[in-house]
Design a protein around this ligand. Structure first.
Ligand code: NAD
Length: 414
């Protein structure tokens, strides 16, 4: 059996459906690079978890050549330099790295509180920027970055790669083509059963390594996990939230952390759509689910790896004939309750290098980044998306932490 066919069939057997995107070339088959001049010379700041994933992805992206990398922790810098497949200059001061005149683009994959100064300095250095989510630590910093980046001719992308998943686009098309009818409610969860901590090599590195646990550095679960869901919801609705209430607490992990391990927020969107996001660290039954409730059907997706649609009674008469022609998806009945799975139409068209969606969608994000730099495509996750999701995260955190109703203020619309 062909490897690709095997992987798709494995997914079908494991999950009951085959909507996930899976790799079809061996991970150790690194593609042959383009000639050096055609490659975008890029540097990466922050060589931790996400930075390591990005290095692995860029090793499969001939459009980019990593020529510089930076981390303030020596052991991370050493690992980064080792994992980058080409000769690279390592730095422990990102400002020195930005002085490298050969650089055309920079990746910011550091803790949240560092994004602002790095993004502003990279804009001063006139570089294309791929900034990890969330765009910045607070509303004021996000506004300052957006305003400055809009004055630049360079690309500014924020790393919400879930939107690049074909399943996301299939769901979006199905909703936009009216198959769900009027949506009045969306529920999104990202639940885990873990302490969310990293091992520390020595106690003095606690805050540096476990920055997510501390308010000074982190926006907690809403920023780290909720931002992805809010970004997808905003994109599908074509709107940002107008009001949010919420609650949260350190309800389970009494280990000195400052950020809540249990958060729940309710968002009002225009046209009567209510959305919720919850995240907790003591139960993972719901996992990474989003549910869209319309008067004709409900869509349920987990991690955007799979998606199902459940019609309301009588709503589905013509679906199986029409749906392929009108959307980027096909819908097939898969059980007697009329549960149907959504399969993206373009599944299998792309030569994905990895066996998981996390890296494949990141790879697609970087492909789009390089195409946008070359003027061949529009940025899929530009300033608008990045900024909007950042504001949504920060007003939700304000609502949760201050136990108040927060509104999207007119001054946020810049
Ligand atoms: N898009 C996604 O799916 C995704 C997934 C995970 C993390 N992230 C984002 O990536 C960013 C990093 O997260 P992570 O999990 O990799 O964190 P991490 O702690 O594993 O890595 C961050 C690295 O940045 C380094 N660093 C800190 N300050 C620095 C400075 N001033 N100069 C240079 N290096 C510095 C740290 O030493 C560390 O090695 C966060 O914004 C996070 O939200 C995105």
């Amino acid at each position: 059996m062909e490897r690709k066919e095997f992987l798709i069939k494995s997914t079908i057997l494991a999950a009951g459906i085959g909507a996930g995107i899976v790799g079809c070339r061996k991970e150790n088959e690194i593609p042959i690079p383009l000639n050096d001049q055609a490659r975008i010379k890029i540097g990466i700041i922050g060589l931790g978890d996400r930075g390591s994933t990005i290095i692995g992805v860029l090793n499969h992206s001939p459009e980019f050549k990593i020529i510089a990398c930076c981390d303030i922790l020596d052991f991370r810098l050493e690992r980064g330099v080792k994992n980058i497949k080409e000769k690279v200059t390592g730095y422990n001061d990102y400002r020195k790295m930005l002085e490298n005149k050969d650089l055309e683009a920079v990746i910011i994959s550091t803790p949240l509180h560092e994004h602002y100064s790095m993004a502003m300095d990279a804009l001063d250095a006139n570089l294309h920027i791929m900034c990890e989510k969330v765009m910045a630590y607070n509303i004021e910093q996000s506004q300052a970055i957006k305003k400055k980046a809009e004055q630049s001719s360079k690309m500014f992308q924020v790393s919400y790669q879930y939107q690049l998943n074909p399943t996301f686009n299939a769901i979006k098309d199905i909703i936009h083509n009216g198959y769900c009818g009027k949506i009045t409610r969306i529920d999104a969860h990202w639940h885990r059963n873990s302490n969310w901590r990293r091992e520390i090599p020595s106690p003095e590195l606690e805050k540096q390594i476990n920055w997510r646990m501390y308010k000074e550095y982190s926006g907690g679960l809403m920023a780290e996990l909720g931002s992805h869901h809010l970004n997808m919801i905003d994109n599908i609705l074509g709107q940002h939230p107008i009001k949010v209430v919420g609650t949260g607490g350190i309800d389970y992990w009494q280990d000195g952390r400052e950020i809540y391990d249990n958060v729940y927020a309710l968002f009002d969107y225009p046209n009567g759509v209510k959305a919720s996001f919850s995240s907790l660290l003591s139960n993972r039954y719901e996992d990474q689910i989003i549910k869209f409730y319309g008067d004709k059907a409900t869509i349920v997706s987990n991690k955007m790896n799979e998606a199902y649609i459940y019609p309301e009674e009588g709503a589905d008469k013509e679906w199986d004939e029409k749906i392929d022609g009108m959307t980027s998806a096909s819908i097939k009945i898969i059980d007697e309750d009329q549960k149907r799975n959504i399969t993206p139409k373009n599944i299998g068209n792309e030569n994905y290098p990895f066996e998981d969606n996390y890296r494949n969608t990141t790879w697609l994000l970087y492909k789009n980044f390089s195409a946008a730099i070359k003027g061949e495509e529009k940025l899929k996750l530009g300033l608008h998306d990045g900024y909007q999701s950042s504001i949504s995260v920060h007003i939700a955190n304000k609502a949760i932490r201050e136990e108040s109703v927060q509104k999207w203020k007119p001054e946020y619309d810049i």
